[in-house]
Design a protein around this ligand. Structure first.
Ligand code: HEM
Length: 483
């Protein structure tokens, strides 16, 4: 029997189910919105209502506007004050005095925010460990490997890579051909970190054209970060595709995925081999993988997959983050542009503004982020923040003072601070000194100005404007002094 609007009973039932489904989801969305606005533990924190109700607000700035949420967060701070709610689940603070509490070390526990860190696809590493105690257990066996003493042992090797970088650059002397200095330096940092961690460098500097640079591959990874954060299934799709297919879709991303697969092959081999006791490696146990295999971590923590992720993390972290001139350059290049959240799992944290007018108790478990992009631009601490003024790090006698060090967030702070900080400084000082000594007077910027390097958007690492060709230089004439 035909019924209302010509629908048969089966179709009517389906229609009723759809209508009921829509009704239920509208009602539940309204209930969730009311809960998040009025009853959620973060309901009392200021910020736009829409950002408190839905993650689509963050999604819009992250994905549609391409890494621009940090600019919106800056605007929100100007309107709502130093502590704000930037999503249903997350707070953000723009007050340097809160650094020590958020990035605490010692006995204070700080968890990571998994919504964020999962997007990097390194869940099984110490970086990806969300609970404080798991992070600590995973990081412990690596600490010795990255200690000052271990880095000092490797300094002659770092010097030889810096010289190789200069030799390659010299082959362009007088040619009039511009060189992508960022790609060249990333070849240097990849070779150093891979030699350091795996006792075998990737040999990026073997090719003087600097084409085998991880820099572009990591930039491509960065572009996927914001999308994967909101749609984690995309990562599973990427991981399930053969490397060759990814390579066809995107050449630079293909390089990165091939490197991921090679890492697994290498570790499978290593697990069968005893430690090389190679004098090139910083500790007696050989590579970083030998160090982890020999550690007291439980067997489940020594799987090929986990070790491979740790290796992958080190190459990524050790390639992309090195910059040009030390403290002031570190300040202006930010380290990671993204907000680095921590939550205190058991005890609440307390925020109080300098005039004590704003005071909040932050509930345990709530992720709170801070961002070097905003802290490094704080005019009270760094007057004329956009200006490159190395002298701000010196006292009137021209000696280095430490007054600003607590506000330099390039390596983050506390128990999850960059593990590679000693290696990074060694690479920076040795690399810079070698470059200036060997090529200083002969380097000339080529069609590069400040807009080509200025922060433009956040793809976890700082992004520059899309049309920028990066830092390009010419190597002048053939009168290049020989080292
Ligand atoms: C100028 C150079 C570098 C900068 C600015 C830098 C910056 C950072 C920052 C900001 C973090 C903290 C992330 C967070 O708070 O959640 C970090 C973590 C890390 N960095 Fe670096 N990094 C540099 C060089 C290196 C090097 C050479 C390595 C060596 C392999 C490295 C390995 C790591 C690792 C493994 C972590 C995770 C630490 C953890 O979660 O416990 N970084 N880095």
């Amino acid at each position: 029997m035909a019924s209302f609007a010509g629908l048969v009973p089966g179709e009517m039932m389906l229609q009723n189910i759809i209508v009921a489904g829509i009704g239920i989801s509208v009602v539940s969305s309204v209930c969730i919105a009311i809960y998040r606005l009025y009853f959620h533990p973060l309901a009392k924190f200021p910020g736009p209502k829409l950002a408190a109700v839905t993650l689509w607000y963050e999604f819009y700035y992250d994905c549609i506007r391409g890494g621009k949420y940090i600019n919106e967060i800056k605007r929100m701070h100007q309107k709502y004050g130093p502590i704000i709610r930037i999503s249903p689940h997350e707070l953000h603070v723009n007050d340097p005095r809160f650094i020590d509490q958020l990035y605490a070390s010692g006995g204070k526990k700080r968890d990571r925010y998994s919504f964020y860190s999962k997007a990097l696809g390194v869940d099984q590493t110490h970086f990806g460990a969300v609970p404080h105690d798991l992070h600590r257990a995973r990081r412990m066996p690596l600490n010795r490997y990255f200690s000052k003493a271990s880095v000092t042992k490797l300094e002659p090797r770092i010097s030889s890579y810096a010289s190789k970088l200069c030799c390659n650059l010299k082959t362009y002397a007088g040619s009039g051909k511009p060189i992508d200095l960022t790609a060249a330096i990333s070849c240097y940092t990849t070779d150093v970190v891979t030699e350091y961690a795996f006792a075998r460098s990737f040999g990026c500097l073997e090719d003087p054209s600097f084409t085998y640079s991880f820099h572009r591959a990591i930039l491509e990874m960065g572009k996927t970060f914001n999308w994967i954060k909101h749609f984690p299934v995309l990562l599973k799709v990427l991981f399930s595709l053969p490397d060759s297919v990814i390579g066809i879709l995107n050449h630079d991303l293909g390089i990165y995925y091939k490197f991921r697969s090679d890492m697994r092959v290498q570790i499978r081999k290593l697990k069968k081999e005893p430690a090389a006791n190679d004098e090139k490696s910083p500790t007696s146990s050989g590579t970083i993988f030998h160090e982890l295999i020999a550690s007291s971590l439980p067997e489940a923590e020594k799987s090929i997959e986990r070790l491979a992720e740790e290796g992958q993390l080190l190459v990524q972290a050790g390639t992309e983050t090195i910059s040009a001139v030390v403290h002031e350059a570190l300040r202006l290049s930010y380290g990671l542009a993204t907000r680095l959240q921590r939550s205190s799992p058991i005890e609440p944290m307390f925020y109080e503004s300098s005039d004590s007018k704003i005071r909040y108790k932050i509930p345990p478990g709530a992720p709170v982020g801070m961002t070097s992009v905003l802290i490094h631009a704080n005019e009270e601490i760094f007057p004329e923040p956009k200006a490159f003024r190395p002298e701000r790090w010196l006292n009137e006698k021209g000696e280095r003072h430490n007054l600003l060090t607590p506000y330099l967030l390039s390596f983050s702070k506390g128990s999850r601070q960059c593990i590679g900080i000693n290696l990074a400084y060694a690479e920076l000082f040795i690399g810079l000194a070698t470059l200036i000594r060997q090529l200083g007077g002969n380097l000339q910027l080529y069609e590069t100005n400040v807009e080509d390097v200025e922060f433009h958007h956040d793809t976890f690492i700082p992004g520059i404007k899309p049309e920028s060709k990066g830092v390009r230089v010419l190597i002048l004439d053939s009168e290049v002094p020989i080292a």
